[in-house]
Write a protein that binds this ligand. Structure first.
Ligand code: NDP
Length: 460
């Protein structure tokens, strides 16, 4: 297991909100190796003590469930180096004197990836080292192909084993549960096809607006931000054929096959199978039941260039051209500033052929990705009349005890060298191939930008 993590972008939001808390959770679970150390780097002029104080404060805010003693223990293993990532000498200086394999994590603005990966290649990482990158993997297909080519050069013979394209969704306990649901249940696989399933909805609904990420989001839009990566990862796990084993090759081969089978939408299809919209002024809900909070229209938010026409809501309907899925619709819907937070897969079964009158509702399986409900299966039972009158019955289960946060599992995979939670290069490219026709048609203005009030259910 690798004992040294070089964390580039150590003063940023991702590090403070997710990576440091994940390391604290790993420390609390005694999953970090002996002698574990973080070399944290960014441009700010800090010394070890100042960075440790910053980290301690962020841990207090974002990892309150980890004990103060464990947080302090983690903080002691953090070292800080000032570095300018646009300067190859500064990047290679971070590695000077390091002889053992390291994991280098790029928690940096994506515009710096190519420069930093090139500099790491020139500096020469110790054999057995790994590079982890956050999404987005390129801003489009060409960008992803170029980044993959560069990573392959720098990884050399180690190839994909040295590269971790992080999609933390793969580390969510519920997504792990989805895999188990498909692999370990006799009752699931026989009905997991278009003879029984009419439609599968993959929903990514957020009740928050920009939360200070205007600069990034306005250039990205929600399709690039969550649909091209997180949601297509979930789609691939749902639609894939079952892998023969759970090693990283077999699983990722099946996932990439599923993405390859997603039919590319024609320009004409984009006009009636996709929607895009952005929010106008409105009131976001308060989960605690309070009055909520007023937000301005997206176009009026600080740091937004309204003429870009960036979408905060997207809907795309895909077909998967395989024997298993011919005829099932896959609906992907993502939105910001909606009336509720719901990240969920809904599997809608065809209605049963039944002699009962009274309209038995079709079965529905709901798989929560990030919320209080994990699994719910909607069935139909009967009130004991003669003949029985159909009534809905729901079987539901709370999420499994998670143990580690998603980023904890992801970091553990990076340090220990497992690859199942990492997105392989060809997966990232196929995901862009699925979404590129949509983006191209949107850029050409073929689909109007609709509007919805913040705090509503989305465009009417
Ligand atoms: P931030 O802007 O908050 O942080 C960027 C970090 O990079 C800071 O530590 C900054 O430090 C450092 N940095 C920027 N430019 C340079 C430079 N030229 N030389 C050295 N250091 C530099 O971004 P986030 O943390 O939000 O995002 C980081 C990555 O993670 C992005 O790729 C983003 O897409 C991805 N991501 C973020 C998520 C989030 O919730 N925040 C979620 C999923 C992915 P300083 O200014 O001190 O140099």
């Amino acid at each position: 297991m690798i004992t040294k993590l070089v964390l580039l972008g150590a003063t940023g939001d991702l590090t403070g909100r997710y990576l440091l808390p994940a390391l604290a959770a790993l420390r609390a679970a005694d999953r970090l190796p002996d002698g574990f150390e973080v070399i944290a780097a960014a441009r700010q002029a800090l010394d070890d003590g100042a960075f440790q104080r910053m980290a301690a404060e962020r841990l207090e805010r974002h990892a309150p469930d980890v004990s103060a003693a464990v947080r302090a223990d983690l903080v002691r293993s953090l070292r800080y180096r000032r570095a300018e990532m646009t300067d190859p000498a500064s990047v290679s200086g971070l590695l000077s004197g390091i002889r053992h394999p390291v994991a280098v994590y790029l928690a940096l603005p994506p515009g710096l990836y190519a420069t930093v990966v090139t500099a790491l290649g020139t500096a020469g990482l110790p054999a057995g080292s790994r590079i982890a990158l956050e999404k987005p993997f390129g801003e489009d297909l060409d960008g992803a192909v170029a980044l993959n080519r560069l990573l392959a050069q720098v990884a050399g013979a180690a190839g994909e084993q040295a590269v971790f394209r992080v999609d933390h969704v793969l580390g969510l306990a519920t997504v792990q549960n989805l895999l188990a649901l498909r692999l370990a249940n006799r009752v699931v696989e026989p009905v997991w096809n278009s003879r029984h399933i009419e439609q599968i909805d993959i929903l990514w609904e957020e009740d928050l607006g920009l939360e200070g990420r205007a600069g990034y989001f306005d250039r990205s839009g929600i399709l690039r931000d969550v649909m091209q990566n997180h949601m297509l990862q979930v789609l691939s796990l749902i639609a894939m054929d079952l892998p023969a084993s759970l090693d990283e090759h077999a699983l990722r081969d099946r996932k990439v096959d599923a993405l390859r089978s997603a039919r590319r939408l024609s320009r004409d299809e984009v006009t009636f199978r996709t929607r895009r919209a952005r929010y106008t002024r409105g009131r976001l809900p308060d989960p605690a039941g309070g009055a909520g909070r007023e937000v301005p229209a997206y176009a009026d938010e600080d740091g937004i260039d309204a003429t870009r026409g960036t979408e905060t809501f997207a809907e795309v309907v895909l077909d998967i051209d395989t024997e298993r899925w011919a005829g099932t619709r896959f609906l992907l819907r993502a939105g910001k500033a909606l009336h509720r937070r719901r990240k969920q897969v809904t599997v809608r079964f065809l209605p049963a052929e039944s002699p009962l009158s009274g309209g038995a509702a079709a079965n529905e399986l709901r798989i929560g990705l990030d919320g209080p409900e994990d699994l719910a299966l909607q069935l139909t039972g009967g009130v004991p009349l003669n003949p029985p009158r159909p009534v809905p019955v729901t079987l539901s289960a709370p999420p499994p005890a998670t143990g580690l946060p998603a980023y904890g599992r992801v970091l553990l995979d990076i340090l220990s060298g497992g690859s199942t939670l990492s997105v392989r290069g060809d997966e990232a490219e196929e995901a862009w191939r699925v979404m590129t026709p949509v983006l191209t048609a949107w850029q050409a203005g073929l689909v109007p930008l609709e509007e919805y009030a913040a705090g509503s259910a989305g465009p009417p």
